[in-house]
Design a protein around this ligand. Structure first.
Ligand code: MG
Length: 278
């Protein structure tokens, strides 16, 4: 091989080796800090770079603990506790008077025919945790077993019912969005056992009486997914179509008195904010 050929090969090899060296240097530069960068590509929306050094850290929240049958868990540190087993001060009757349900041994129980109860505060985008138990043993002669419900914005019912053995139409069993969607699966525990709903809810947007964006619900019953970002059709109704009604951006939470001795405990809510907000 002639010497100029050897020389060219040497030059090419030198280029390749120095290229690899420079690339590794560049990669080293991007691995020297975990605090972030200001020269990485902008994410769609144009506000933040990938791994943006200026992006605010999320608010710190101390996680809660899970309940057991015998013991109530702790809510997350930023939750608003709506019922801690002691009093109904966060709740009212339909007309604004005191909530008249019974409090006993760390839970509240429907006092039949005293009416639904509502939170005094109103809520929009929320994470909601509710624990409930239907009466045990089953109530002889009752057509409905353990009927109650959790109404989001006072209007959209997440059904409470004894559904471990009691049959009812699919969109009326425990975890149903009443009259619209059955739960994805039936994850009900036995009558008398504590069960829980964990819900993520966002209100709808309405214009001129029409629903432009539906209210959305994601829900778990006893840790099992029962609704996955489901579009709610309107107010929960019995035997007729859901009614489309503008409830604005907030509304009270409501628990149903369907005359059955359903119990509730450990109810808390978190108002949800967008990313990068304190
Ligand atoms: Mg109900």
């Amino acid at each position: 091989m002639k010497s100029w050929k050897l020389f060219s090969l040497f030059i090419i090899a030198a280029y390749i080796i120095s290229g690899i060296f420079l690339l590794s240097l560049a990669q080293t530069k991007h691995h020297i800090s975990l605090l972030g960068y200001d020269d990485t590509p902008l994410l769609p929306g144009g506000k933040w770079h990938v791994h943006d050094i200026n992006r605010p850290q999320p608010v710190k929240v101390t996680a809660g603990t899970y309940s057991t049958q015998a013991r109530v868990g702790l809510p997350p540190s930023d939750a608003e506790v709506l019922f801690d087993g002691k009093d109904l001060s966060k709740w009212r009757g339909a007309k604004g008077g005191p909530a008249l349900w019974t409090i006993r041994d760390g839970y509240m129980e429907v006092a039949p025919k005293t009416g639904d109860i509502y939170t005094r505060e109103e809520y929009g985008n929320i994470q909601l945790h509710v624990e409930w138990a239907t009466p045990a043993p089953l109530q002889p002669g009752h057509e409905y077993q353990g009927n109650s419900g959790v109404f989001l914005q006072g209007a959209y019912e997440l059904q409470v019912f004894e559904s471990s053995v009691t049959l009812i139409y699919a969109d009326g069993e425990a975890g149903a969005i009443y009259g619209q969607y059955p739960p994805l699966v039936n994850s009900s525990r036995a009558a008398g056992e504590w069960q829980d709903f964990d819900v993520v809810f966002s209100p709808g947007r309405f214009k001129d009486g029409k629903m432009e964006i539906p209210p959305y619900i994601t829900a778990f019953q006893n840790g099992v997914l029962i609704h996955n970002h489901t579009a709610i059709m309107g107010d929960s109704m019995n035997m007729v179509l859901p009614v489309v009604k503008d409830h604005g951006q907030t509304g009270p939470l409501r628990l149903q008195d369907h005359h059955d001795l359903v119990r509730y405990r450990n109810i808390w809510v978190r108002r949800l904010k967008d990313y990068d907000t304190k």
